[in-house]
Design a protein around this ligand. Structure first.
Ligand SMILES: Nc1nc2c(c(=O)[nH]1)N[C@H]1C(S)=C(S)[C@@H](COP(=O)(O)OP(=O)(O)OC[C@H]3O[C@@H](n4cnc5c(=O)[nH]c(N)nc54)[C@H](O)[C@@H]3O)O[C@H]1N2
Ligand SMILES: Nc1nc2c(c(=O)[nH]1)N[C@H]1C(S)=C(S)[C@@H](COP(=O)(O)OP(=O)(O)OC[C@H]3O[C@@H](n4cnc5c(=O)[nH]c(N)nc54)[C@H](O)[C@@H]3O)O[C@H]1N2
Ligand SMILES: [Mo]
Length: 760
């Protein structure tokens, strides 16, 4: 039965009673009420567990309830009383389950037993752990390692991730795609070229002294709500926050902090954004060119009048390279082009620039709205250019702040989950474990998809995630998956990727982070790295969902032992018995990053890894921070001239974590009851002859001989610029061509899919 959507603009603040009510519904829905008191005591606390939801950092001094609506939802979802047992699989064939929604699949509860797909009965059937490991190991031994892919989704701890990358390299490949290939890979490519570090430079303390925040393409209210606590404090110092986002996101508008009883009683919200500009999708490079142009003009005027300069000339001279070329580009780019490409009036850019020009310490925050475009790398580098113009990197209260996705996605890269060989200290791994690691680059996510489509991949191991559902080109990917010989999914809940089976398919169930992980030496600690490079310890507090579950480190170790020839230098069993020893090994591989790792586990607020750019040391080839020239003004694939083509943004609702769908409401956007919705400008709707609240079909507007088309969308008139529309991920991934990715980073261009829309 198709669901009907209801739309009523949400006028309440983010947080507040709406968030409490929504949370209440989710706790009851998962029968997880017994976990609620623990949420207050242990969630994101020293001695407790780190939230599995977003990667935003934790303060040194935690609030009583250091959680947000969505972090709590993620935890309740993990700690549900429901179970997906062997009996469940006996009742439902895989073909039947393929007809279930993402919500219904995960809502069946936690996986409890290792399972193997039985083609004859079309069912997953219980298998012993021992048999699963022996069979998987035997099969892996038979393949060319380079024809296998070890994917990781960004939740697994530093300990698991380190073991996993080592397993891949000992086995013989660097095919380690990660969810970050679909996410902030653009950041990891852009920032090293600009400032010589792949990560952000901002620490939580910087928010206490900043006097201006610029935000591009990030949805704080839904995807990093704890950051709102910090932004609220920033706003109480009357600091301006300038937001660029095609959609009016409630999270950037008003917030009532559920952790503040006084504010909850009065319901008087804190206004977050002081300026809200709505560029068209992919319009940010142009918008930033406009801001840069105004900064130059203000600086020219200041120079002429003998007033305080707007540009930081000393910083530019001492620390940067290529400013003259960038300045020339700003001066020669005309306002007409900028206005057309950004979709913004000149006054918007003037207002933003005037405010930024007055700041002494500014932070730039960004998310998927910049990274998931054809010119995503250029978009991020433009934002850095704006900071460099005014010397806003490497001093207190200032810097660049990518808001990462999964709770340990940044950390996985730090400990070697990377397909690019140059990013990994292979010589050190070679010495530490006495082997010859593969030296050539492996496959990133898009490349792994291409190889699967080409029939070149024999085995796929997924350390978490929902690969087939998260990647572009769904129909082709699902059709080609059957060509994989062995598909092994280490998971907590059932998802669609598990049901798209290879010739042999295993489902290996594991613990979640909030559960007690007991090994030979007692309960274990795991660690994660947040968006600001701080490392936190996490201790599970809850009884595991089933006593048949194994921890992720144990599963990785057993797979490795079953696959690899014995190597006395890799103590898999000792590591599993005591995760402290894995941390010692991580420290041995990365002595500068993880100095005294085990001793510093309980540093309040986490301990930061060193980032050279924070100290104005630029680890670039030039030894300076580089102004980078964008390759174009529009970040999208279409040139914006064909008015029959819209740019489709695919994004997250307030009731989901990526492909995990907690419910059918997107409260903050006022959309209820359905996810098959396209948000569009009313003028566009009329122009395309679609009735109010009518139904529509979206068809990808590319000419590559493939038809990508989806019907059944309900149209919602929304506050979004003409020419841009929005709908939900992962539903829309069938519309995203595999070859439409960000230049250089290969991050799929999920934020401006060129589409045609027609009434249904
Ligand atoms: N509750 C919850 N938390 C999450 C997640 C989740 O699904 N649920 N996912 C996690 C993960 S893996 C990630 S990567 C992050 C994602 O968090 P975000 O980076 O916030 O990603 P999206 O939800 O995709 O939203 C992107 C935002 O960018 C805007 N946008 C789209 N196109 C453009 C553009 O061209 N220009 C500008 N300026 N803005 C644009 C959209 O309107 C939207 O507000 O969140 C993490 N945290
Ligand atoms: N169109 C479009 N596509 C996108 C995006 C977009 O904005 N638009 N965003 C992209 C982004 S930013 C990302 S990060 C990817 C996300 O891609 P993935 O990381 O692959 O997907 P998730 O939905 O996060 O994975 C959810 C599954 O992980 C498993 N899981 C959950 N917790 C654990 C755990 O603790 N351990 C293990 N082993 N398994 C666990 C569960 O079985 C669950 O079903 O999607 C990308 N795809
Ligand atoms: Mo992500």
């Amino acid at each position: 039965m198709a669901r009907r959507a209801r739309y009523k603009p949400y006028l309440q603040p983010t947080g507040g009673w709406g968030s409490v009510k929504s949370l209440g519904r989710h706790v009851l829905g998962q029968n997880a009420l017994h976990t609620a008191p623990g949420l207050l005591k242990d969630h994101n606390k020293l001695g407790g567990y780190a939230c599995t939801s977003c990667a935003w950092t934790k303060p040194r001094k935690a609030h009583l309830g250091e959680f947000c609506e969505n972090g709590a939802k993620a935890t309740f979802w993990d700690l549900t009383a429901r179970r997906t047992t062997p009996d469940f699989f006996a009742r439902h064939s895989v073909t039947e389950l393929l007809g279930w929604s993402d919500y219904d699949l995960e809502n069946a509860g936690r996986l409890t037993h290792p399972m193997r797909y039985d083609r004859a009965s079309d069912r997953y059937v219980e298998v012993s752990w021992a048999e699963a490991f022996v069979d998987i190991g035997a099969k892996l031994k038979g393949y060319d390692p380079k024809s296998t892919v070890f994917y990781a989704s960004g939740r697994a701890s530093l300990e698991t991730s380190y073991m996993y990358q080592l397993f891949a390299r000992l086995y013989g490949h660097n095919n380690l795609p990660d969810s970050s290939n679909m996410c902030h890979e653009t950041t990891s490519v852009a920032l090293p070229q600009s400032i010589g570090t792949p990560v952000g430079t901002v620490l939580l303390d910087d928010f206490a002294t900043t006097d201006c925040i610029l935000s591009f393409g990030q949805n704080v209210g839904t995807n990093s709500p704890r950051l709102l606590h910090t932004l609220q404090e920033v706003r109480e110092r009357d600091v301006p926050i300038i937001v660029f986002n095609p959609l009016r996101e409630r999270g950037w508008e008003e917030f009532v902090n559920p952790q503040r009883p006084g504010q909850m009683l009065t319901n008087a919200p804190t206004r977050i954004a002081t300026q809200y500009h709505q560029p068209r999708a992919g319009g940010d490079i142009a918008a930033m060119m406009g801001i840069g142009k105004v900064l130059l003009a203000l600086d020219d005027a200041a120079k002429a009048a003998g007033g305080a300069r707007v540009l930081d000339e000393a910083f530019i001279a001492e620390h940067t390279q290529d400013f003259p070329a960038f300045e020339a580009r700003l001066r020669e780019t005309g306002w007409d082009e900028i206005i057309a490409a950004s979709g913004l009036p000149r006054a918007a850019m003037e207002a933003a620039a005037a405010t930024y020009a007055r700041a002494t310490a500014a932070i730039a925050i960004y998310g998927m709205g910049l990274t998931q475009h054809r010119l995503g790398v250029d978009s991020v580098q433009m934002l850095v250019n704006l900071l460099l113009m005014r010397g806003q990197i490497g001093k207190p209260g200032a810097g660049i702040c990518p808001v990462r996705g999964h709770s340990n996605v940044q950390g996985q890269r730090t400990v070697g989950i990377a397909e690019k060989a140059e990013l990994v200290p292979l010589d050190r791994l070679a010495r530490q474990y006495r082997f010859e690691p593969p030296r050539e680059d492996g496959l990133a996510t898009v490349e792994a998809c291409e190889a699967i489509v080409a029939g070149e991949i024999r085995a796929f191991i997924g350390l978490g995630g929902n690969f087939v559902r998260a990647v572009p080109e769904r129909e082709l990917m699902e059709a080609k998956w059957g060509g994989i010989d062995l598909s092994v999914q280490i998971a907590t809940k059932l998802n669609r990727c598990h049901l798209i089976t290879g010739r042999t398919s295993y489902l290996l169930p594991t613990l979640v982070r909030s559960e007690i992980d007991s090994q030979a030496s007692g309960p274990q600690i795991v660690t994660i790295e947040d968006s600001t490079t701080c490392i936190h310890a996490s201790r599970g507090k809850w009884k595991p969902a089933a006593n048949t579950l194994l921890s992720e480190p144990r599963i990785v170790a057993e797979l490795a032992k079953a696959t690899l020839p014995p190597n006395p230098h890799v103590p898999w069993d000792e590591w599993v018995a005591d995760y402290g020893k894995i941390r010692d090994a991580i420290e041995a591989t990365y002595p500068d990053q993880f100095e005294r790792f085990n001793e510093r586990l309980d540093t309040p607020g986490g301990f930061p890894r060193p980032v050279a750019a924070r100290d104005r040391r630029w680890e670039t080839e030039s030894g300076k921070a580089n102004f980078k020239l964008p390759k174009g003004l529009s970040a999208s694939f279409d040139d914006g001239r064909d008015h029959t083509v819209l740019r489709l943004i695919t994004l997250r609702s307030n009731d989901q974590f990526n492909t995990t769908v907690y419910g059918y409401d997107d409260r903050l956007r006022g959309i209820h009851g359905s996810r098959m919705v396209v948000m569009m400008n009313a003028d566009d709707r009329i122009r395309f002859g679609i009735a109010e609240k009518g139904r529509a079909r979206l068809t990808t507007a590319v000419d590559d001989g493939m038809l990508r088309s989806m019907g059944g969308f309900e149209v919602v008139d929304y506050d979004i610029p003409a020419g841009t529309c929005a709908a939900y991920f992962p539903e829309c991934n069938a519309l995203l061509p595999l070859w439409q990715f960000a230049e250089e980073s290969k991050t799929p261009a999920a934020k401006s899919i060129p589409v045609r829309i027609s009434a249904e």
